[in-house]
Design a protein around this ligand. Structure first.
Ligand code: NDP
Ligand code: HSE
Length: 410
C-alpha cells in the first residue's frame, strides 16, 4: 500500500479525495499498488466529513511519517507551499501539485531537488486543468523543436467572455458565478488580469524550450478592459474575443505575451468556449497539434493531480525525465512583434477617417449600428512599437484588441 497525504482540503483537495474514492479499484490497478490517503492537512476541521479523522494541522506529522511516500500539494499560494514542498522532497517524498504560481516561480529548483533524489515533482494540473499537456510536452513531443505555443489557458476568463458574448451577461455577474463553481483563484484578480495565464504560458514554455522562462518578463493584459461594446464589434466582424497566452519563435529568439485577441471562425481556438481550455502547439517536424478539455474545476483538475499520483506510484524510486533547466531564457521585447490591430476611436468616419489613414495607411473601417460617436478600424500588419506610436499620435483611441492570424499553410 502506498500512503499519501493531501495538503489543502479546498476545491481541488476535496476533488482528489473524491476521485481516489470513486475510481479506487482502477486507480490501484494502474498504480500497481493500493493508494491510501493517510492524512489531509488543512487549517480547518471538517466535522461530519469522511476525512475528518484524517485531518491534521501540523505539517511535521506528515513530514516525519516514513510511510508517506507521496505528498499532494493543493493549498495554493507560494508560502507555505514552497517550504512544505521543499521539505517533503528533501525528506524523500515525491510531490504532485496543481499550484501553478509555485511551479512558475520555483519549478526548476524543485525539479532539480527531486531529480537529485530519484523522486518526482509532477504538476500536470498546473496548466489547462484536466487537459494532459505537461506529460505530452515532456515525453511525446520530444522529436520536435517547438516554435509556438498558443493557448486559452484560463477557464474563468474564457467562461466570462463566453457568457458575455453568448448571453450578454455582465462581467461581475459571471465572475461571481465562476467563483461559485470553483473555477476562480482565491484572488480572482489573478484570472481577470491575466496573471494566471501568464504563469501557465511560462511553465509550458519553460518545459518546451528546456530553459527558465520568467513569468515576470511576459507582457500581460487581462480582460478587464473588454466591454460589451467591444463584443458588439467582434460580432460585427464575425469574430470572437479570447484571452490568449502565447510564446513564439521569431528568427532565433522567443517572445511571449498574454492578451485578449480577436479570432475568426477558421481558427481552431474559435470554438473553445466556457470553462474549456485548449493549447495549440506547433513543432518544426510535427506541424500542428491541439490539446482540448476542461480547464478548471474540482474534478477535472483532481483527475490530472491523481494521474500524477499514479505516475509517482509507478516511479517511486525513479525520476521521470523533464527538460527544464534553471538557466534563464531571455525573451525578446514584444515591440518588434507584428500583427493586425483592431482599434476603436472616438469620432465619425466621414470626418476622422482621413487622419486615421494618414497615420495607419489603408485601414478597413468597422461600424456597429447604434454605436454613435465612434468607429472601429482594422490596421494592416504592423509592429507593436508602430501601433503604440501611431495610436499616441492619433489620441482618440477608446480600445485596441490584437488580431490573431493563423499562419497560411496551417
Ligand atoms: P481552495 O482555496 O479551494 O483550497 C485551498 C485549501 O487549502 C483550503 O481549504 C485552505 O484552507 C487550505 N490551506 C491554505 N493554506 C493552508 C495552510 N497553510 N495549511 C493548511 N491548509 C491550507 O483552492 P483550490 O482548491 O481552488 O486551488 C488549490 C490550488 O490548485 C491553487 O494553487 C490553484 O491555483 C490550483 N488550481 C485550481 C483549480 C481550480 O479549478 N480550482 C484548477 C487548477 C489549479 P482555508 O480555506 O481555511 O484557507
Ligand atoms: N483559476 C484557474 C482558471 C484555475 O480559471 O483557469 C485552473 O488553473
Amino acid at each position: 500500500m502506498i500512503q499519501i497525504a493531501v495538503l489543502g482540503y479546498g476545491t481541488v483537495g476535496s476533488g482528489v479525495v473524491e476521485v481516489i474514492d470513486t475510481n479506487h479499484a482502477s486507480i490501484n490497478k494502474k498504480a500497481g499498488e493500493e493508494i491510501n490517503i493517510k492524512y489531509v492537512l488543512d487549517l480547518r476541521d471538517f466535522p461530519g466529513d469522511k476525512i475528518q479523522e484524517k485531518i491534521v494541522h501540523d505539517f511535521n506529522i506528515i513530514l516525519e511519517d516514513p510511510e508517506i511516500k507521496i505528498v499532494v500539494e493543493v493549498m495554493g499560494g507560494v508560502e507555505p507551499a514552497y517550504t512544505f514542498t521543499k521539505r517533503a522532497l528533501l525528506a524523500g517524498k515525491s510531490v504532485c501539485t496543481s499550484n501553478k504560481e509555485l511551479v512558475a516561480r520555483h519549478g526548476a529548483e524543485l525539479l532539480e531537488i527531486a531529480r537529485e533524489r530519484n523522486l518526482n515533482y509532477l504538476f500536470e494540473a498546473s496548466c489547462g486543468g484536466g487537459i494532459p499537456i505537461i506529460r505530452p510536452l515532456n515525453s511525446s513531443l520530444t522529436a520536435d523543436e517547438i516554435d509556438e505555443i498558443t493557448g486559452i489557458l484560463n477557464g474563468t476568463t474564457n467562461y466570462i467572455l463566453t457568457k458575455m458574448t453568448e448571453e450578454g451577461s455582465s462581467f461581475e455577474e459571471v465572475l461571481k458565478d465562476a467563483q461559485e463553481k470553483g473555477y476562480a483563484e482565491r484572488n480572482p484578480e489573478a484570472d481577470v488580469e491575466g496573471h494566471d495565464a501568464c504563469r501557465k504560458i511560462a511553465i509550458l514554455s519553460s518545459l518546451a524550450l528546456g530553459r527558465q522562462v520568467d513569468y515576470e518578463d511576459i507582457y500581460t493584459e487581462g480582460i478587464t478592459k473588454i466591454t460589451a461594446d467591444d463584443i458588439k464589434y467582434a460580432k460585427e466582424m464575425g469574430k470572437t474575443i479570447k484571452l490568449l497566452a502565447f510564446s513564439r519563435k521569431v528568427d532565433d529568439s522567443f517572445y511571449a505575451m498574454v492578451a485578449p485577441c480577436l479570432i475568426g471562425p477558421t481558427d481552431p481556438l474559435y470554438s473553445v468556449n466556457g470553462v474549456f481550455n485548449a493549447i495549440f502547439v506547433h513543432g518544426n517536424v510535427l506541424g500542428d497539434a491541439m490539446f482540448y478539455g476542461s480547464g478548471a474545476g474540482k474534478l477535472p483538475t483532481a483527475s490530472a493531480v491523481v494521474s500524477d499520483v499514479v505516475d509517482c506510484a509507478k516511479h517511486l524510486h525513479r525520476s521521470i525525465m523533464s527538460f527544464w533547466s534553471s538557466h534563464k531564457l531571455e525573451l525578446t521585447d514584444i515591440s518588434n512583434s507584428r500583427r493586425r490591430f483592431f482599434v476603436r476611436v472616438k469620432g465619425d468616419p466621414a470626418a476622422d477617417l482621413a487622419r486615421v489613414r494618414e497615420l495607419f495607411g489603408d485601414v478597413e473601417v468597422v461600424t456597429v449600428p447604434g454605436l454613435d460617436g465612434e468607429f472601429g478600424f482594422k490596421t494592416g500588419t504592423i509592429s507593436e512599437a508602430e501601433y503604440k506610436e501611431k495610436a499616441a499620435e492619433l489620441g482618440t483611441v477608446i480600445n485596441m484588441i490584437r488580431m490573431r492570424r493563423v499562419k497560411a499553410g496551417r
